[in-house]
Design a protein around this ligand. Structure first.
Ligand code: DC
Length: 225
């Protein structure tokens, strides 16, 4: 049996995970957040005292990273060597750490099959940076979800403030742009639009509108199968 796979790629803060979660629940598909997997690798490296650009250190330690993913009440939990690190990986530091380690070939090679296996046995909505271009090049539907840097930074800023963190808007914007640059310009599997992706610009749309637009695209594609 062929399963349906929906790839949603795009820069950080565009709303991929919020939209993907909603779509997954409305369509009854399984949501996979691949950024969380890179964050878990980044977290391991930081625990080991290894920097995001330390190629030799990352290569030396990557085989010690044992990742398990479990879904509990619809929430994706990440386990690193048996420990639940779902909360620990959601910090601005881990965003940059994940972006750094994700540029290393050994990390991408290590995680590729894990991601493909998740889409082999169930209908999935998978979000990330290279899902439509590398992980699932034959995905049923590919979406490139984007928004202006200012709008994305504003959302991140409010989200962090909501968590009680003291952050400055300018710092959030600066970090977001730095991460975009890093993710778009790396040599392996950079963030880019797949040729056959539908581009959705969420700059001036709310979540409901974005969900409706993507649902419509998926509906048309699936009906034509
Ligand atoms: O989606 P996110 O912000 O949780 O992702 C964190 C970092 O992980 C992102 O800056 C780049 C990397 N990443 C990647 O290289 N490929 C993916 N498919 C998903 C994330």
């Amino acid at each position: 049996m062929n399963y349906i796979s929906i790839a949603i790629d795009g820069p950080g803060g565009a709303g991929k995970s919020t939209v993907a979660k909603r779509l997954a629940s409305e369509l009854g598909y399984h949501y996979v957040d691949t950024g969380a997997i890179y964050r878990t690798v980044g977290y391991h490296m930081s625990l080991m005292g290894i920097g995001p650009k330390d190629k030799d250190g990352i290569e030396r330690c990557i085989d010690d990273v044992n990742i398990q993913i479990e879904w509990q009440d619809g929430v994706q939990h990440m386990f690193l060597n048996g420990q639940d690190v779902t909360g620990e990986i959601r910090t601005p530091e881990m965003s940059m750490m994940a972006s750094g380690v994700s540029a290393q070939k050994c990390v991408r090679d290590y995680l590729l099959q894990m991601q493909r296996d998740l889409a082999r046995t169930q209908n999935v909505i998978m979000d990330g940076r290279d899902i439509g271009t590398v992980v699932l090049p034959n995905a049923t539907v590919k979406i490139y979800l984007t928004a202006s840097a200012e709008v994305r930074a504003e959302r991140r800023f409010l989200e962090l403030q909501g968590k009680g963190e003291k952050v400055k808007f300018e710092d959030v914007l600066k970090e977001l742009i730095a991460r975009d640059q890093q993710d778009m310009n790396r040599a392996i599997a950079p963030l880019k639009q797949a040729d056959d992706a539908f581009v959705v610009d969420a700059s001036y749309k709310n979540v409901d509108e974005v969900v409706a637009e993507i649902k419509d695209i998926i509906g048309r594609k699936v009906a034509a199968l």
